[in-house]
Design a protein around this ligand. Structure first.
Ligand code: ATP
Length: 204
């Protein structure tokens, strides 16, 4: 099972590009796992319902992208490792976790970080401005991405960079009335406009 976790506030073309690229390399659909109550970061700006609606819209036309709200069913704070423990009850597949180099730098802060190599392999994409220097301990580096689905404890750093795009940048631009159309899919853009997301309260 290939998982790509995020707040998706909003989901943007950078996320979709990476998910499609990883899915194509591993010949497998990617589950985009939305974080209902994100840890280790600022609270989200859009509501969970709006973020989830946008994620569904973005994934809709592509059978290789599966919007996944599993963590919404888990009470209390969610942690990757506990999510995987729960998922393990329904799947025997190995877990591959897609993430950017910005998030990789914080993996040592994750809950029960020492146990992660027993549970998943990492598929890392280089985020502009966050060069991967140190890989997490106890993970074995592989240069062949296809090995990731064979067993946990591996890490592959993709030579392909992410698009230089972020949710916060899109929110910032839209709040100031700048164009964001090319950064999200058309249905997501229409949703943002129709729900007046990311705009000052008194504007429409
Ligand atoms: P924010 O700017 O609000 O922090 P974000 O776009 O960085 O949002 P999230 O929606 O929280 O990201 O998703 C987190 C995951 O998406 C992380 O693994 C992160 O590295 C990855 N990600 C962030 N930006 C991009 C991008 N441009 N291309 C691909 N993946 C990205």
């Amino acid at each position: 099972m290939i998982l790509f976790g995020g707040t998706f506030d909003p989901v943007h073309c950078g996320h979709l590009h990476v998910a499609r690229s990883a899915g194509a390399q591993l010949s497998c659909a990617v589950h985009l796992l939305i974080a209902p109550r994100p840890q280790l970061r600022q609270p989200c700006v859009a509501s969970y319902e709006d973020r989830w609606a946008m994620l569904q819209l973005a994934c809709q036309p592509d059978p290789m992208l599966i919007p996944f709200d599993f963590e919404q069913t888990v009470p209390g704070p969610t942690h990757t490792i506990t999510t995987l423990e729960l998922l393990r009850q329904t799947t025997g597949e190995n877990f591959v976790w897609i993430l950017g180099s910005d998030v990789l730098m914080k993996v040592h802060l994750w809950h029960r970080t020492d146990e992660l190599p027993d549970w998943l392999s990492f598929f890392v994409f280089q985020r502009p401005g966050f060069r991967t220097v140190d890989l997490p301990q106890n993970f074995l580096q592989t240069h062949d991405a296809r090995e990731l689905s064979q067993r946990p404890g591996l890490i592959h750093v993709s030579p392909n960079p992410m698009l230089a795009l972020s949710g916060s940048q899109i929110r910032h631009l839209h709040k100031r009335g700048k164009e964001i159309k090319s950064f999200v899919t058309a249905p997501v853009y229409d949703y943002i406009i129709s729900k007046h997301l990311y705009r000052p309260k008194d504007s429409c």
